[in-house]
Ligand binder design. Structure first.
Ligand code: 13P
Ligand code: SF4
Length: 308
C-alpha cells in the first residue's frame, strides 16, 4: 500500500500541482516539496510557476502572496489557521491611520503582512532583500517600514536611515533572549552565533552573522567553523544539517522550559492536511480582485528591484 507521502506525490502529479515549502516546515514536508526556500525565493518561484495548483506549505500571508502573483491559479494552504503573529500585529485600519500621520513618506512593508497592508505599501521586501530595497531609494527619501520593528531597526542601522517603524514583531524571534544567547556563547566558546534579523537588538549585537534564512544556510555551508549557535526558528536545522552533516548546530531555545522554538503557525501543517488539501482542493486562498490588483504592484516592484 502507498504511504501517505507517496499518495501526496501521486496526487500532486495527477493534478499538476506544485508543492512549495518554507524552511520552517517539518522535515517530512520539506522533503516532499518541489521547491523549498525562504520567503523571497518562494515568492520568486510562485511568480514563475506554470502549475495549475500551488500547494503552499507555509503560512497564510505566503499563500496570499502566491495568489496575488497568480490570480488565475488555484492556491491551496493545508490549514487556514496557519497565520503569523507578525502579520497580525499590523491591522489594516490602524496602519492606514498611522500612515496618514506621515504624508511625505513611502511605505516599505516586509512580506510578512496581510494583503491589505500590501495594498497600502509602495514596495514589499523580505529579510533577504530588505537592505537592497531600502537602498534603491535616495538617502533623503522618507520611509515608513512595517510591520517588523526589529528588522526595521536593523536596516536603519545598516543603511544609516531613519525609517519610521511600525511596532510589530514575530513572537518566535522576539522571545529569544540575549541572556540565553550569552550563556550559550560562554558554554560554547568555539561556536559562531548566527541570527535572523527578526531577533531583538540585544541578540543581534551579539551575533557574528545576521541574515535571512537563506543567508544563514549559505553562511553555515561556506564557513570553515564546525559549530554554530542558531538564533531563529528550529525548522532551518533540517536543511543546515543536510548541507553540513559534519557540523554541529545548537538552536537557541525560546525559554528554560522548552528546548526548541517552533513557529506554532508553520507547524500546523501536516502531511495529512496536505493530502486532504490536494484531494479536496480546499482550503483555497480567495481574495477580492481589487485587493489583488492593488497588492500586486508593490510585490512586482520588489521582484523587479531584487532581480537587479
Ligand atoms: P525569511 O524566510 O525571509 O528568512 O523569513 C523568516 C520568517 O519568519 C518567515 O515567516
Ligand atoms: Fe510569522 Fe514569526 Fe512564524 Fe515567521 S516565524 S510565520 S514571522 S510568527
Amino acid at each position: 500500500m502507498d504511504s501517505l507521502r507517496d499518495k501526496v506525490l501521486k496526487l500532486a502529479k495527477e493534478k499538476n500541482a506544485v508543492i512549495l515549502a518554507h524552511y520552517y516546515q517539518t522535515s517530512d514536508i520539506q522533503e516532499i516539496a518541489d521547491f523549498k526556500g525562504d520567503s523571497l525565493a518562494l515568492a520568486q518561484h510562485a511568480a514563475e510557476t506554470k502549475a495549475d495548483i500551488i500547494l503552499f506549505a507555509g503560512v497564510h500571508f505566503m499563500g496570499e502572496t502566491a495568489k496575488i502573483l497568480n490570480p488565475k491559479r488555484k492556491v491551496l494552504i493545508p490549514d487556514l489557521e496557519a497565520g503569523c503573529s507578525l502579520a497580525e500585529s499590523c491591522p489594516g485600519e490602524e496602519f492606514a491611520k498611522f500612515k496618514a500621520q506621515y504624508p511625505n513618506h513611502i511605505v516599505i512593508s516586509y512580506i510578512n503582512c496581510s494583503a491589505e497592508i500590501k495594498t497600502l505599501s509602495d514596495v514589499i521586501c523580505t529579510s533577504g532583500n530588505a537592505v537592497q530595497i531600502v537602498e534603491s531609494y535616495p538617502k533623503n527619501q522618507k520611509i515608513i517600514f512595517a510591520p517588523d520593528k526589529n528588522l526595521g531597526r536593523y536596516i536603519n542601522e545598516i543603511t544609516g536611515r531613519e525609517m519610521i517603524l511600525w511596532d510589530g514583531s514575530c513572537e518566535v524571534h522576539d522571545i529569544l533572549s540575549a541572556e540565553k544567547v550569552m550563556q550559550m556563547k560562554v558554554e560554547n566558546p568555539d561556536a559562531i552565533l548566527i541570527a535572523h534579523p527578526e531577533c531583538t537588538h540585544p541578540v543581534l549585537i551579539l551575533a557574528d552573522f545576521v541574515g535571512s534564512t537563506t543567508a544563514m544556510l549559505n553562511y553555515t555551508k561556506n564557513s570553515d567553523a564546525k559549530k554554530f549557535i542558531v538564533a531563529t526558528e528550529t525548522g532551518i536545522l533540517h536543511q543546515m544539517q543536510k548541507d553540513s552533516p559534519e557540523k554541529e548546530f545548537l538552536i537557541v531555545p525560546a525559554d528554560e522550559t522548552c528546548s526548541c522554538n517552533d513557529c506554532a503557525y508553520m507547524k500546523l501543517n501536516t502531511m495529512q492536511k496536505i493530502y486532504m488539501a490536494l484531494k479536496n482542493e480546499q482550503p483555497e486562498i480567495i481574495l477580492p480582485d481589487d485587493i489583488m490588483t492593488k497588492a500586486k504592484t508593490p510585490l512586482l516592484r520588489m521582484l523587479e528591484l531584487s532581480s537587479k
